[in-house]
Design a binder for this molecule. Structure first.
Ligand code: NOJ
Ligand code: CA
Length: 522
């Protein structure tokens, strides 16, 4: 049955954290040529598309989410010609490619901000950012009580006494989206990349662009990046107008161009507002990522997500991890039990209706690296929190490809990688797992192949079936597929569901062991 749905609706999209994927030129840092070399790996894995994290010119204070030139590639990652070649190779393989867009803030090294700092208060150059006089008799206090997501105040004082807003690092000044020049500039940036052939964008901090009128104090609200709700700087009504304008631009281009919102807004209903028919196409389902891996909690969030998305006619976009969150293996308990649960979660997620994002290394069952030496840490959170919050580096360690010691084929031998890799990753490399039937890599390859082939795993809706215990999830996707997940401590015996297609640990007969998911089909 030929589907008329646009490609992204059921796609599995693989997140490439460029800095840590593959290093072609041997400086210990991943690059675009490295991604290009490894594209056959992604094709064979069976994903539909690739999302590249920022590769733009950047001082790399926040891993490239501090952009100094939105229209050029940082020499660390290669050249615009490398990007063009990568886009063309991706398309030649029948895959799609989306890129990161960072509209909430620029780098402090961006020419606009450099100009703003050397221009007087009240000048047009300052109006592209959020400058305000301070409070207190001499303006020595920040304009309001907002805190940076990375720790410390969200305001830094410029040389002449005015303060500027940065919801993240001081090297990431927030742009002023009430300024028409900012609006026009990003429309032009969208077109620049659409003209180069990218299939879409992942919109960074999509919920942050518009701030409440008058920048009121926050008061007593949580400042957590992951859970912030109803703040004067996140999820303001005005952001939706921006996405309506962008949608019109995306629709002008042929080939189902799309955008996915990174919007940490606290509930599936709020998330769904970003994917109304005239706005963006997808929004990451972070509530699903944050839910405890328990049957009741998972069923609840799955139901809420499907209902909220259906309300606006959008697909759900499941996600288990990314470069900002602790890797699933570790989140679900670490060690062999954490790995078993992460494998079960992957099979569960791949059986849900909608699309899924896979963060590089999830298919290898990589754990979070918890013992990075302090001096190696690069996440600004570490210093901004006074070295109390370790931050996100542990999810960003370069991938192990082959061999039995660092750099495991990530870089040419003997190169020191930008974050050190663990010495015990020899069994986790791509080469060690390829062809090994019980490996996590082969589990992903198998499940992704089934997902492409089995008709139920596209349009089929989800129907809950009676579980044998409260710790078990069982659902059908029509026609003919059943997925069961045992999240309890005891094995359970299931009814007959047909032929076993795929299982996250060994399953014999109708008994589903703990921490296991399986698919059957008739
Ligand atoms: C979300 C990105 O994923 C994260 O890595 C970054 O630090 C913030 N946005 C700020 O751009
Ligand atoms: Ca490199």
């Amino acid at each position: 049955m030929a589907s008329t749905a646009p490609w992204w609706r059921y796609a599995v999209i693989y997140q490439v954290y460029v800095r840590s994927f593959a290093d072609a030129n041997g400086d210990g840092i991943g690059d675009l040529a490295g991604v290009r070399d490894r594209l056959p790996y992604l094709r064979d894995l069976g994903v539909d598309a690739v999302w590249l994290t920022p590769f733009y010119r950047s001082p790399m204070i926040d891993g490239g989410y501090d952009v100094a030139d939105y229209r050029d590639v940082d020499p660390m990652f290669g050249t615009l010609a490398d990007l063009d070649a990568l886009v063309s190779d991706v398309h030649a393989m029948g895959l799609r490619i989306i890129i990161d867009l960072v509209p909430n803030h620029s780098s402090s090294a961006h020419p606009w901000f450099v100009e703003a700092l050397t221009s007087p208060p009240g000048s047009p150059a300052r109006d592209r950012y959020v400058f305000r006089p301070g409070r207190g008799t001499g303006g020595e206090l920040p304009p309001n009580d907002w805190g940076s997501v990375f720790g410390g105040p969200a305001w830094t004082r410029a040389g002449d006494g005015e303060w500027y807003l940065h919801l993240f690092d001081p090297a990431q000044p927030d742009l002023n989206w009430a300024n028409p020049q900012v609006y026009a500039e990003f429309e032009s940036i969208l077109r620049f990349w659409l003209d180069r052939g990218v299939d879409g964008f992942r919109v960074d901090v999509a919920h942050g662009l518009v701030k409440a009128e008058g920048l009121p104090d926050l008061g007593n609200v949580s400042r957590d990046l992951l859970r912030s709700v109803a703040t004067p700087y996140f999820d303001q009504e005005g952001v939706h107008e921006i996405y309506r304008a962008w949608r019109k631009i995306l629709d002008e281009y042929p080939g189902d161009r799309m955008a996915v919102a990174e919007a940490w807004v606290g509930s599936p209903v709020r998330v769904a507002r970003y994917v109304r028919p005239d706005e963006l196409h997808q929004a990451f389902n972070f509530e699903y990522l944050l839910a405890p891996l328990e049957a009741g909690a998972m069923r609840k969030i799955i139901d809420e997500s499907l209902a909220a998305a259906a309300e606006v006619g959008a697909p759900t976009t499941w996600v288990l991890g990314n470069h900002d969150t602790v890797r699933p293996v570790t989140r679900y308990g670490d060690g062999p039990a954490g790995l078993a649960r992460a494998r079960a979660a992957a099979l569960l997620t791949l059986a849900l209706p909608g699309s899924m994002y896979v963060y590089q290394g999830e298919e290898l069952g990589l754990p979070e690296v918890l013992d990075l030496p302090d001096e190696a840490r690069q996440d600004p959170t570490w210093e901004r929190s006074g070295r109390t919050v370790r931050g996100r580096d542990g999810a960003r360690v370069p991938l192990p490809w082959s061999g039995d010691r660092p750099p495991y084929g990530f870089s040419p031998d003997a190169t020191a990688t930008w974050l050190p890799q663990p010495v015990d990753w020899a069994e986790r490399t791509v080469a060690a797992q390829a062809g090994a039937p019980a490996s996590t890599l082969e589990l992903y390859r198998h499940a992704l192949r089934l997902r492409r082939e089995h008709p139920a795993l596209r349009e089929g809706s989800l129907r809950w079936l009676e579980p044998p215990s409260a710790d078990v999830l069982v659902f059908a996707r029509d026609p003919g597929l059943v997925c069961a997940v045992n999240l309890g401590a005891e094995p359970v015996t299931l009814p007959e569901y047909g032929d076993l297609l795929c299982a996250s640990t060994e399953v014999t007969g109708r008994v589903l062991p703990p921490d296991t998911a399986a698919w059957w089909s008739r």
